[in-house]
Design a protein around this ligand. Sequence first.
Ligand SMILES: Nc1ncnc2c1ncn2[C@@H]1O[C@H](COP(=O)(O)OP(=O)(O)OP(=O)(O)O)[C@@H](O)[C@H]1O
Ligand SMILES: [Mg+2]
Length: 268
Amino acid sequence: MSEIKTAISVKNIRKEFAVRKHFLTGRVQEKVVAVKSASFDVEEGKTLGIVGESGSGKSTIGEIAGGLQKQSFGKVYYYGKDTMAMSGDEYEQFRRSVQFIFQDPKGSMDPNYTVGDNIAFPLLTLKLSRSKEEANNLVSEMLMRVGLGAETGRKYPSEISGGQCQRAAIARALIVKPRVIICDEPVSALDISIQAQILNLLKKLQKELNISYIFISHDIGAVNYMSDSILVMSKGNIVEYGDAREVLLHPREAYTKNLIESAFLDRY
Ligand SMILES: Nc1ncnc2c1ncn2[C@@H]1O[C@H](COP(=O)(O)OP(=O)(O)OP(=O)(O)O)[C@@H](O)[C@H]1O
Ligand SMILES: [Mg+2]
């Protein structure tokens, strides 16, 4: 049996936002604690699901785990390396290796450029392609991988459906060869019939490329379908964390039981 590697390890993360500062001294007069103390691991090639009500801190911990936001306290380790102790090059590599997919794929694309150009941007800005031709070939390959035809690459974001646009956003994330993708409500804005297609695409890519996911959703059904382990958040605290089946079949906390029950009410 091969050894299980931990892609991302988060230790005792706390996140405070200053919401009011003194107009002269700049001293913080009021703060919001978005995450009180969170620790969790994302295993290589596996999915950690994060559920919880709106405002519970899901996006905040996802963004901290991927380096998009800085924690107030605590540590984030990427393949065992403390991200705060990394050299400039190492940190750049970390940021590139951890990509994000968000709820609103149209909002994340530049409407003035074709879908293909949007997917190629990271290659050109990070100078990962030697020529425009090489970039175009990679874009075609990625479009194929996510189930879009080459013609979709020539369209503008406004000319494709929400589901196609989320596929394009996945292609753009994949083009820099990430090892981790943080999916923040990736199907919440999509038609119910399209949601399963995108979830299955994410699963297929995980198998093919051994990518690790953090899968954030308020939809416990989607989290159940995707996750190997689950973390339940409430008001900035982790209230439950463990093997996905264990957490969902034998929830210890009343909060988790309520989430599961309301998921049934939602659907039926
Ligand atoms: N930039 C910010 N400044 C001040 N407070 C913030 C900021 N970002 C988030 N918060 C607060 O932190 C808490 C957690 O927010 P977060 O976006 O992580 O929640 P969430 O679980 O992702 O919610 P949702 O399901 O609505 O996306 C909320 O109370 C929110 O108001
Ligand atoms: Mg959120």
